[in-house]
Design a protein around this ligand. Structure first.
Ligand code: NCD
Length: 305
């Protein structure tokens, strides 16, 4: 039984195995040969925060592998959490009904807490601004699929770096690969947290922080844009002040390499002009689709199948 709580828990060998399993899942699914390896298993999905892609791709992944699903969405209101039940008790109950539990929660560290009482594998589908490991894997898979490699790439991260759990999940995975250079492009108010910067410095990776989205675009192989995470702001005015500071405009496409890709974990609000969607370099819908294959692989991984 394996929990998937943070991308920091994986070594390079495990990361490579999960990537190749994901490629295999994609091939099998496209050839209508996906094996029902989760037949007789029950996957519980409990989401205390809104989700479109993560929950529905997990449920699709489970179906494709032959599992049955029990699901609680809007769980803050629709489960006993509303009455004040602790996360530990809710976790005990879900583990007593199902074989693997996929959980999203607004509070950082909740999944870690839940593992103490869990008797079945837990998969973190996002805990506050902390981690979203399955997104990290699907992002890594997307870069590998689009560029054919994970080394010697220049990758720009743009937008709300302060609150992005997806960036905090992807970076530890990318650090296993050599020769990459990172640019962190954000308004000052939304820069990566200082403790995270310090830990990056300690690992010796090459990176630079800039308060401008445009200047480095010609150098990038990947631009990874993010949404300003409205739900993490305590003060509405603070959100209003920063929400439109970094917008990728369609004319910026001219500055980018032909081979570059633009990624985004989605949902996007207005941080990428909609005309950009039509450019073949806009990889975000392909990226979301990759989530299905990667989550098939991760469900199998968590159950040692
Ligand atoms: C992300 C998330 O929930 O962290 N979305 C996702 O899972 N695809 C990013 C976001 O909500 O902005």
């Amino acid at each position: 039984m394996k929990n998937i709580i943070s991308t920091n828990q994986f070594n390079k060998e495990e990361i490579e195995a999960i990537l190749s399993r994901s490629f295999q899942m994609e091939g099998d699914l496209l050839n209508h040969k996906a094996e029902k390896i989760l037949k007789d298993k029950i996957v519980a999905c409990i989401f205390f925060e809104p989700s479109t892609r993560t929950r529905l791709s997990f449920e699709t992944a489970a179906f494709r592998l032959g599992a049955k699903i029990i699901s609680a969405e809007n769980a803050m209101e629709n489960t006993s959490a509303f009455k004040g039940e602790t996360i530990e008790d809710t976790t005990r109950i879900l583990c007593s009904y199902s074989d693997v539990v996929v959980m999203r929660h607004p509070t950082s560290g909740t999944l870690e807490k839940a593992t103490i009482v869990a008797t079945k594998p837990l998969i973190n589908a996002g805990d506050g601004a902390n981690q979203h490991p399955t997104q990290g894997f699907l992002d890594l898979y997307t870069i590998k699929k689009e560029h054919g490699k994970l080394e010697n790439l220049t990758i720009g991260f743009g937008g709300d770096l302060l609150n992005s759990r997806t960036i905090r999940s992807l970076l530890p995975l990318l650090q296993h690969y050599s020769g990459n250079k990172f640019y962190f492009l954000s308004p000052k108010e939304l820069a990566l947290p200082r403790d995270f910067i310090k830990s990056l410095k300690d690992t010796g990776v090459e990176f630079e922080e800039l308060n401008n989205l445009e200047d480095k675009l010609p150098e990038l192989d990947v631009l990874y844009m993010t949404r300003v995470q409205k739900e993490r702001f305590e003060n509405k005015e603070d959100y209003e002040n920063v929400k439109d500071l970094f917008i990728f405009r369609k004319e910026y496409l001219n500055k980018m390499k032909k081979s570059a890709i633009i990624m985004h974990p989605l949902p996007k609000i207005n941080e990428i002009e909609t005309e950009v969607d039509l450019d073949p370099r806009a990889a975000y819908f392909r990226q979301a689709q990759n989530g299905l294959y990667v989550r098939m692989a991760l469900l199998a991984y968590s159950l040692d199948l």
